[in-house]
Design a protein. Structure first.
Length: 301
C-alpha cells in the first residue's frame, strides 16, 4: 500500500521494493496506491481478498492506521515501511525508520508480533462532526495536540518534516484551558482543567521524548496523560515533568492506565488519531482491543 504523495518518483520506489523482494525470496509484490478519498482501508481489504501473505503500508502513521482499519482481527501480518513525518508506530517497535531496504528486510524476513489496537468513538450529538468509530495504533488526542496536527499543513510537513509541528505548536501555545470530566475504568469520575488529553497505545514521540513511560503496545491497556499548563511558564513545567517522568497525581501532568476511558469537554475541541485530524468533538471514549493486529518485527521478546 503506497501513499504516492510521500514520494517524488513512485516508479523508482516500486523497482526498489521489487528488487528487495526478489533478494529475500519473495515473488513480485502487488502494488496498490492509496488515494485522498481512500487512504488505505479499501486497498488493504482488496489485498486481503486476494489472499496476500503480507501487507506493507508505505507512508506515514496515517497510512498505517488506515490500512490497520482493514487488518484488525486478521492473521495476515503487517510490515511497516516508514515514509512519513513521524513514523511513530515504527519507532515504538524499534523498527528501522531511515532506511527503506532495512525496513523491507524486517518486513520480509522478521517475526510476527501481536500488538494492541485502540478504538476511539466520538460523541455523535451536538456539534460533533465525525460520529464514526476509529482505530488508532499510536495516540489519540483532544485539545492542544490535535490543534497542532490540524494547523500543520501537508506542504509544510513535506518541506520541513517534524519542524512543521514546532511551527504549529508555537502558534497554538497560548490557547485557553478547557474543563473536562474524565471516567477511567474502576475509578470515580473526576473533573479537571486541561489544555490537552492524550490517550496512548504506546508512549514514544519524536526526538526521544517519552510522553507515557509505562505504555506498552502489547500490555492490554491504554495510557492517558492530561496536561494542564497555564501560559508559557506552565509549558516549561510540563517539559520538566516529562523529562523526570514524575506525573501520576500531579496537577499539571497527570497519568492514568486503564483498558478504557471516557472524556467530555465543556466545549468542542479538535480531535486527532495517529496524526490525522477528525474535526471537533465535545466527548470521546476509547478502549483497547488486545492483540488485534499482527506486525513484523526484528525479534520477539
Amino acid at each position: 500500500m503506497v501513499n504516492p504523495t510521500k514520494f517524488d518518483d513512485v516508479a523508482a520506489v516500486r523497482r526498489r521494493i521489487t528488487e528487495q523482494s526478489a533478494k529475500h525470496g519473495w515473488a513480485e509484490p502487488l502494488f496498490i496506491l492509496t488515494t485522498e478519498r481512500d487512504p488505505g482501508t479499501g486497498q488493504a481489504k482488496q489485498a486481503l481478498d486476494k489472499g496476500v501473505d503480507l501487507v506493507c503500508p508505505l507512508g506515514g502513521d496515517g497510512t498505517v492506521r488506515a490500512v490497520a482499519e482493514a487488518m484488525v482481527g486478521s492473521e495476515v501480518p503487517m510490515g511497516l515501511l516508514p515514509g512519513g513525518t513521524g513514523n511513530l508506530l515504527a519507532r515504538n517497535l524499534d523498527l528501522p525508520v531511515d532506511d527503506l531496504d532495512d525496513a523491507l528486510r524486517v518486513a520480509l524476513t522478521g517475526q510476527n508480533k501481536r500488538v494492541d489496537v485502540g478504538r476511539l468513538t466520538m460523541d455523535t450529538s451536538g456539534e460533533d462532526q465525525t460520529p464514526a468509530e476509529h482505530v488508532f495504533l499510536v495516540m489519540a488526542g483532544l485539545g492542544f495536540d490535535a490543534a497542532i496536527m490540524a494547523d500543520a499543513p501537508e506542504k509544510l510537513k513535506a518541506k520541513v518534516g517534524p519542524a512543521a509541528y514546532v511551527v504549529s505548536g508555537t502558534r497554538n501555545l497560548r490557547g485557553p484551558q478547557f474543563k473536562v470530566r474524565v471516567k477511567v475504568e474502576e475509578q470515580e469520575e473526576f473533573s479537571r482543567r486541561a489544555r490537552t488529553v492524550v490517550i496512548g497505545n504506546c508512549g514514544k514521540l519524536l526526538g526521544g521524548l517519552v510522553l507515557m513511560p509505562e505504555a506498552e503496545v502489547d500490555d492490554g491497556q491504554l495510557d492517558m496523560v492530561i496536561l494542564s499548563p497555564k501560559g508559557v511558564a506552565g509549558w516549561a513545567a510540563v517539559a520538566a515533568r516529562l523529562a523526570t517522568r514524575k506525573r501520576k497525581g500531579h496537577q499539571i501532568v497527570d497519568h492514568y492506565t486503564s483498558p478504557s476511558m471516557k472524556i467530555r469537554a465543556d466545549r468542542p475541541q479538535e480531535v486527532q488519531i495517529d496524526g490525522d485530524t477528525l474535526g471537533k468533538a465535545r466527548a470521546i471514549s476509547a478502549e483497547v482491543v488486545p492483540g488485534a493486529l499482527v506486525v513484523r518485527v526484528g525479534s520477539v521478546d
